[in-house]
Design a protein around this ligand. Sequence first.
Ligand code: ADP
Ligand code: MG
Length: 241
Amino acid sequence: MTVLETRDLKKYYGAGDTLVKALDGVDLQVENGEFVAIVGTSGSGKSTLLHILGGLDRPTGGSVLVDGKDIFSLKDEELTIFRRRKIGFVFQNFNLFPQYTALQNITLAGELLAKEKPEYKANRKAIHAELEEKARALLAQMGLSERENHYPHQLSGGQQQRVAIARALALEPDILCFDEPTSALDPELTGEVLRVLRDLADQKTTMIIVTHEMSFARDVADRILFMDGGVVVEEGPAHQV
Ligand code: ADP
Ligand code: MG
């Protein structure tokens, strides 16, 4: 089943002499449970594509369908709600909240979502306990049980990135997007993050990853897309390309 699809997706920046065609007509389909890797040189449009797939930015033209629904037909507010529920995002620089512990970073979004519901006030404690229980299970899955009360500055880059992955998983998104998740890490720390991604792939989590880790992509991804100049120039099963 196709969970995500783009049709002639375009994103232009600037105008006239300064026009940049960051995306110039991208057609792509992602199936349920598939792991798609996007590779390409710097400036080829990878982050732009990922941000638009994740509903973080609107395209200049074309459409993104999630479960067959055109997400950019939604108003900003509806889009935000839809995106929070459906799509998880992990960034190159982790983007954890520095003032919160690992555990709090993971429970925060769930807490905010719960607060929007009328039954929250009466069940505040139970909801909080449930979110913490889930967060602890995710920390355990990431091999970080001992670190729940650590603040981001007390964690290595690899640990911070694993907390960020747990945070993205906490909302149980249908699709997880990663933008160069290991590029900010010292080489000796990339392995622990790639291992987590491999586990998620084994569990058939639907994932799209922008990465420079070619051997990882070849080993673990189902499909690799090569981007250049805002278009997909080549695409194929990971073991063939
Ligand atoms: P990649 O992630 O593959 O390195 P990007 O998607 O970040 O590439 O960028 C694609 C192109 O769009 C580049 O030429 C970049 O300079 C340009 N670009 C990206 N974001 C903006 C922006 N906010 N304003 C203007 N140009 C942008
Ligand atoms: Mg980028």
